[in-house]
Write a protein that binds this ligand. Structure first.
Ligand SMILES: NC(=O)c1ccc[n+]([C@@H]2O[C@H](COP(=O)([O-])OP(=O)(O)OC[C@H]3O[C@@H](n4cnc5c(N)ncnc54)[C@H](OP(=O)(O)O)[C@@H]3O)[C@@H](O)[C@H]2O)c1
Length: 222
């Protein structure tokens, strides 16, 4: 059993939290407005869930999921996240985040930008390439013929091993994309982003196995 802290509890945060609770993990949710606004979400998740401030969620987590807009990166509790395994689900979208020249040019990935704000965290990019409804719908147990795979990218082998174990526990296999900078291969608009799991209009999604995810990562260009 792992305690998973969440900084951000919106679409993707609550989907990961649901799967984590169902797999027997503890979750500690947080958002920008304070724990009192998460009472309904906690009640829905049940006794393995609680709400806290983002600093408290960061401190509580064996693994911490950062799942916020890129514009929230400067507000993250860097000291509490030092030395922690941190899952980065975040994508850059200029229509939401405003234009950030280094991200527009591709000279920096959003995960490398996040690392500037969390220099002592062990970042692993994961869950950024799948629609939150598909994430909920496509979870399957180990050994299922239609188990889907998710790519992860990060610089720490230890953190990637911890994230792999967590992702596998909540219903997915893992493909290693490579280092954190290699995470451009799973960024917004690449072949592995969204497409392998089917159109957003089909909320059930389509299972995407290991070979499909490996092929999509290999097909990425920039
Ligand atoms: N939606 C998807 O299917 C999907 C899939 C993969 C990746 N992503 C990426 O994952 C990230 C989250 O997406 P989402 O769709 O879950 O967004 P969302 O539904 O808008 O939720 C964002 C969450 O971040 C919280 N937040 C915002 N600023 C914060 C701050 N300064 N400190 C703490 N929490 C803060 C919000 O809290 P409040 O509500 O209290 O402001 C909210 O809980 C984004 O980068 C997105 O691009 C999304």
């Amino acid at each position: 059993m792992t305690t998973v802290g969440f900084i951000g509890s919106g679409n993707i945060g609550s989907a990961v939290a649901r799967l984590a609770v169902d797999a027997g993990h503890q979750v500690v949710l947080s958002n920008s407005r304070g724990p009192g606004t998460l009472a309904d979400a906690v009640a829905e998740l049940g006794p393995r869930a609680s709400a806290a401030t983002s600093g408290e969620a960061a401190a509580a987590g064996d693994i911490v999921v950062v799942t916020v807009p890129v514009t929230a990166f400067p507000d993250l509790p860097a000291a509490a996240l030092a030395g922690k395994t941190v899952i980065d689900t975040c994508n850059y979208g200029p229509e939401r985040d405003g234009h950030i020249p280094e991200l527009d040019s591709g000279s920096l990935t959003s995960s490398e930008l996040l690392l500037r704000y969390l220099p002592d965290a062990l970042l692993v990019k994961a869950f950024n390439n799948i629609f939150h409804k598909h994430l909920r719908a496509l979870a399957r147990p180990v050994g299922a013929a239609d188990r889907s795979y998710l790519p992860i990218a990060g610089d720490s082998a230890k953190a990637k091993a911890a994230v792999t174990e967590f992702v596998e526990s909540i219903g997915y296999g893992v493909v290693d994309t490579g280092s954190l900078p290699d995470g451009w291969r799973q960024a917004t608009g690449t072949p592995v982003w969204g497409t392998p799991y089917g159109p957003f209009s089909n909320e059930k999604g389509s299972p995407a196995g290991e070979n499909a995810i490996r092929a999509a990562l290999a097909a990425a260009t920039r």
